[in-house]
Design a protein around this ligand. Structure first.
Ligand code: ADP
Ligand code: MG
Ligand code: MG
Length: 254
């Protein structure tokens, strides 16, 4: 059974159909890249998996570890082991990363029938994971993302991912044009956290991220559908040829 199974997903925003029958299966241990031109629906897919409002699911299903993901609220999804990293991370004024993560980590532990972590152990875990992603531990005392530089936000996000130990992490890196340092933060973090017990879905407009992370599978999303799937060589082909040839292929015959 796949860890994530998306079947014939149709999603509309304000009566405008954006995802038009998307299917995707991700197994534990795998890294999938979803690429595609601007406006093809990549962020819409990430938002629907995250459980954001404003999206109308008109057809299809999404199962996470055999359970109906679409029935779960966003907090339940996190507890089940889904992690969503976004292009523009939210700021939480007045809530320190320490407080935020303590609540989140203990909620995940409770769900896994584990005792809450004693404060000392939690601090130790934070130090360990901060060192793991080269995050300045001082940042964990500040409000979540407030006044963080772009690079610090990226690092904080990868740090949160390491702390939450997700079974599936979805990263929407889209078209924000990550600089080379941020790119390294993301790719180092993903490569370090890659394991048999975890899967990744990397959503990216550019092939660059995949110079540092070798995905198991690459999918191309055009106009709300996956029009091509392949191995890492597909990303290289897109680097050379761009998306136009696939957009033309995907267009309905006149
Ligand atoms: P991508 O991430 O691949 O660039 P998006 O998922 O952001 O694509 O957008 C897909 C299409 O859906 C675009 O045409 C975009 O304008 C439209 N869209 C996305 N979100 C909304 C929204 N909240 N309201 C109206 N249209 C939207
Ligand atoms: Mg876009
Ligand atoms: Mg996007």
């Amino acid at each position: 059974m796949s860890l994530l199974s998306v079947h014939n997903l149709h999603v509309s925003v304000e009566d405008h159909e954006i995802l038009k029958g998307l299917s995707l299966d991700v197994n534990s241990g795998e890294v999938h890249a979803i690429m595609g031109p601007n406006g093809s629906g990549k962020s819409t897919l990430a938002s629907v998996l995250a459980g954001r409002d404003d999206y109308e699911i008109t057809e299809g299903s999404v199962e996470f570890d055999g359970e109906d993901l679409l029935e779960m609220d966003p907090e339940e999804r996190t507890r089940e082991g889904l992690f969503l990293a976004f292009q523009y991370p939210v700021e939480l004024p007045g809530v320190s990363t320490h407080q935020f993560l303590r609540t989140a980590v203990n909620s995940v532990r409770e769900h896994r029938k584990q005792e809450p972590l004693p404060v000392g152990d939690f601090i130790k875990l934070m130090r360990e994971k901060a060192a793991f992603v080269n995050l300045d531990p001082k940042l964990t005392q500040r409000s979540v993302n407030e006044g963080f530089s772009g690079g610090e936000k990226k690092r904080a996000e990868i740090f949160q991912m390491a702390m939450l130990d997700p079974r599936l992490a979805i990263l929407d890196e889209t078209d924000s044009g990550l600089d080379i340092d941020a790119l390294r933060v993301v790719s180092d973090g993903v490569n370090k956290l890659r394991s048999e017990d975890r899967a990744f879905v990397l959503i990216t407009h550019y092939q660059r991220l995949l110079d540092y992370i070798t995905p198991d599978k690459v999918h191309v999303l055009v106009d709300g559908r996956i029009v091509r799937s392949g191995g890492p060589e597909l990303a290289e082909e897109l680097e050379v040829k761009g998306y136009d040839w696939l957009i033309e292929e995907a267009a309905p015959a006149a």
